[in-house]
Design a protein. Structure first.
Ligand SMILES: [Zn+2]
Length: 52
Protein backbone atom coordinates (compact mmCIF):
# COMPACT_ATOMS: atom_id res chain seq x y z
CA UNK A 1 0.00 0.00 0.00
CA UNK A 2 1.13 3.49 -0.79
CA UNK A 3 2.36 5.72 1.99
CA UNK A 4 2.19 8.92 0.06
CA UNK A 5 -0.72 10.74 -1.49
CA UNK A 6 -0.87 13.70 -3.80
CA UNK A 7 -3.09 16.35 -2.30
CA UNK A 8 -4.44 19.55 -3.72
CA UNK A 9 -4.77 22.58 -1.54
CA UNK A 10 -7.66 25.03 -1.84
CA UNK A 11 -5.22 27.42 -3.46
CA UNK A 12 -4.62 24.93 -6.27
CA UNK A 13 -1.13 23.92 -5.26
CA UNK A 14 -0.44 20.17 -5.40
CA UNK A 15 2.11 18.37 -3.30
CA UNK A 16 2.94 14.85 -2.16
CA UNK A 17 2.46 14.20 1.55
CA UNK A 18 3.21 11.27 3.84
CA UNK A 19 -0.06 9.68 5.03
CA UNK A 20 1.24 8.94 8.51
CA UNK A 21 2.99 12.20 9.12
CA UNK A 22 3.95 12.83 12.74
CA UNK A 23 3.94 16.56 12.34
CA UNK A 24 1.77 19.07 10.56
CA UNK A 25 2.34 19.50 6.87
CA UNK A 26 1.58 22.86 5.39
CA UNK A 27 0.98 23.96 1.86
CA UNK A 28 4.22 25.29 0.46
CA UNK A 29 2.36 27.90 -1.50
CA UNK A 30 -0.18 29.46 0.89
CA UNK A 31 0.69 27.93 4.28
CA UNK A 32 -2.67 26.22 4.89
CA UNK A 33 -2.54 23.03 6.95
CA UNK A 34 -2.75 20.00 4.65
CA UNK A 35 -2.12 17.18 7.12
CA UNK A 36 -2.86 17.21 10.82
CA UNK A 37 -1.46 14.30 12.85
CA UNK A 38 -4.03 12.64 15.11
CA UNK A 39 -2.85 9.81 17.35
CA UNK A 40 -0.70 8.02 14.81
CA UNK A 41 -3.05 8.44 11.91
CA UNK A 42 -2.77 11.62 9.94
CA UNK A 43 -5.91 13.56 9.19
CA UNK A 44 -5.63 14.78 5.62
CA UNK A 45 -7.45 18.07 5.32
CA UNK A 46 -6.79 18.78 1.68
CA UNK A 47 -8.36 17.08 -1.32
CA UNK A 48 -6.62 13.81 -2.16
CA UNK A 49 -5.85 13.64 -5.86
CA UNK A 50 -4.25 10.21 -6.04
CA UNK A 51 -2.13 7.66 -4.24
CA UNK A 52 1.53 7.58 -5.14
ZN1 LIG B 1 -2.29 26.27 -0.53
Amino acid sequence: MSKFVMVKCNCGYEQAVFKHAKSKIKCMSCGATLVDPKGGKANIRAKVEKEL
